[in-house]
Write a protein that binds this ligand. Structure first.
Ligand SMILES: C[S@@+](CC[C@H](N)C(=O)[O-])C[C@H]1O[C@@H](n2cnc3c(N)ncnc32)[C@H](O)[C@@H]1O
Length: 233
């Protein structure tokens, strides 16, 4: 029988030093940009109401330092971006950028994304999910910590509207192949129109981890999945 690994965390909280800028931004701005764990997420409409002027809703799991989040938010001002991250310095950095650039279409949840998706995300609330360069946990004994694990498609798929997308990237071939395998096996919600890896989408910004990978000549793997079912609008 397969062991239940749904409760195993995909991260460890590091005692990373925060820069003065990150700390100040976190302390002064978090309450302005944070969505609290609970009620607000119970319907798509309630969620969208936190982002005036937006009619599309995209969640980003593990935005790191948030560079890609900022670029996307500026490029798509009518899309609401819900960033889910546990790393406090990264959240501080993103908040500072949001304030400096007067970006209004990003909100942050400081929480384990798996908990957010399992316990609070409304069904069929999202138009897209981004999972860019998740921690690859390369050692075999750590594979169970990977975010993309059995149950991932159902967890994310339930939160997506029919026809919505999930965009996954990694610079680790073995994790990329593992992603395809996991999604291929629990494919009740998500389908892979290209059948494998795809070309990068022109609108996807480079992320900080991607740049590190490219500097080491790593190949980048892209997976673009669609939520099964007909689009309703
Ligand atoms: C390898 S970094 C990539 C960051 C960014 N996406 C990039 O490409 O530069 C992975 C990030 O995911 C975050 N993370 C890992 N598991 C998470 C979870 N369950 N919920 C929220 N964030 C998570 C980590 O804190 C880390 O910042």
């Amino acid at each position: 029988m397969q062991k239940d690994i749904s409760h195993i965390r995909s991260f460890v909280i590091r005692q990373t030093r925060m820069s003065e800028y990150q700390r100040r931004s976190f302390d002064t701005l978090y309450q302005d940009y944070a969505l609290s764990f609970g009620e607000e997420l119970s319907t798509r409409e309630q969620l969208l109401s936190a982002f005036p002027g937006c009619d599309r809703l995209v969640a980003e799991i593990g935005f790191g330092m948030g560079e890609a989040t900022v670029e996307l938010a500026e490029a798509f001002p009518h899309t609401a971006f819900l960033g889910i991250e546990v790393h406090k310095p990264g959240i501080g950095k993103l908040l500072g950028e949001l304030r400096t650039r007067s970006i209004l279409n990003v909100r942050v949840i400081r929480e384990d994304a798996m908990v957010v998706f399992e316990r609070m995300m409304a069904p069929e609330a999202l138009d897209g999910v981004h999972l860019f360069f998740p921690d690859p946990w390369p050692k075999k004994r750590h594979h169970k910590r990977r975010l993309v694990r059995p149950g991932f498609s159902a967890m994310v798929g339930r939160a997506l509207r029919p026809g919505a997308y999930a965009y996954l990237t990694t610079d680790v071939r073995e994790y990329a192949e593992h992603m395809l395998e996991v999604i291929g096996t629990d494919d009740e919600f998500l389908e892979n129109p290209s059948g494998g890896f795809c070309e990068p989408l022109s609108w996807r910004p480079r992320t900080a981890f991607e740049r590190k990978g490219l500097a080491r000549s790593h190949e980048i793997f892209e997976i673009f999945l669609k939520r099964r079912g007909e689009t309703t609008d």
